[in-house]
Design a protein around this ligand. Structure first.
Ligand SMILES: Cc1cc2nc3c(=O)[nH]c(=O)nc-3n(C[C@H](O)[C@H](O)[C@H](O)COP(=O)(O)O)c2cc1C
Ligand code: SF4
Ligand code: SF4
Length: 251
């Protein structure tokens, strides 16, 4: 079983590709929480986790899922993780191991397009397509390693230090207070549809953030076809990245 979490599609893409190459099944963690996949937790020989690194650590939903006793009890003999990132994953794998209560056998960092539009310009289509092509080749090798139950886990003090200092900022930025749809919003509802946390509702033709905190995955900001969603003043003049938009261009 390969469990994945994804905001803008990179980790979904990686998980589905790995499932295809290893003959396994990819299951969306958000669907489990939102009740659209029933009784997915079954014992299998291999358990995989695929998700993006956030502030050098785990997305809240992944942390919650990995600490669930039912998940911990039903882990396979062999556990792997593939963590997608824009630059580096620091000690997110160590955090996953700690949360699961056992070490991960194989830990892979997979560089993919950058989506963190709140802090910097996300990958444009040229960069995105080139990173996706490199990720495709790496995923073939990762699938071989999984099929042979290969092991790899490298940790050192510097990685842990980065996670230790960066991860607390995630908790701060998860507030939904700064999300707003500007006048370009047409009320299409796509933002609510892509939110893995079901944190958005469309009321009177406009999105409303109904929870105080969310996953901070940026899917709503990046998916909006009008680029109407802003996070404070940070996103107004920046581009957007969402894998399906890029893939369509690359076809
Ligand atoms: C809240 C947030 C924090 C992020 N933090 C990091 C980070 O610490 N290091 C990094 O290399 N990339 C970081 N990124 C980039 C994503 O990990 C990367 O683009 C990932 O592939 C997105 O996956 P997804 O499309 O499945 O959501 C961050 C993105 C978001 C939204
Ligand atoms: S996706 Fe954009 S245009 Fe559509 S409802 Fe949301 S904010 Fe408005
Ligand atoms: S509200 Fe936006 S940023 Fe927050 S979890 Fe939903 S899609 Fe992601």
């Amino acid at each position: 079983m390969i469990y994945y979490f994804s905001g803008t599609g990179n980790s979904r893409y990686a998980a589905q590709k790995l499932a295809l190459l290893t003959g396994d099944k990819a299951v969306n963690i958000a669907s489990i929480y939102n009740g659209t996949v029933k009784s997915v937790v079954g014992k299998s020989d291999v358990t995989g986790f695929v998700f993006p690194v956030y502030f050098s650590g785990l997305p809240e939903m992944v942390k919650r899922f990995a600490s669930n006793p039912q998940i911990r009890e039903n882990l396979g003999e062999y556990v792997f993780c593939v963590i997608t990132c824009g630059a580096e994953t620091a000690a997110a794998d160590k955090m996953l191991s700690k949360t699961l209560g056992r070490s991960v056998d194989l830990s892979i960092s997979l560089r993919m397009p950058d989506n963190y539009v709140i802090a910097y310009e996300p990958s444009d289509s040229r960069e995105a397509l080139s990173r996706l092509a490199a990720a495709d080749s790496k995923l073939e090798k990762v699938a071989q390693a999984i099929n042979q139950q290969g092991t790899y886990f490298k940790t050192h003090f510097k990685k842990s230090a980065v996670t230790f200092f960066m991860y607390p900022f995630y908790g701060v930025f998860r507030t939904t207070r700064f999300y707003k749809a500007d006048s370009k919003c047409t009320g299409c509802g796509l933002c609510a549809g892509v939110c893995p946390d079901k944190a958005i509702e469309i009321k009177n033709g406009r999105p409303v953030w109904i929870n105080k905190k969310c996953q901070h995955c940026t899917a709503c900001i990046n998916r909006c076809p009008e680029q109407a969603i802003q996070f404070g003043p940070f996103t107004k003049n920046r581009g957007r990245y969402y894998i399906m938009n890029i893939k369509k261009q690359g076809e």
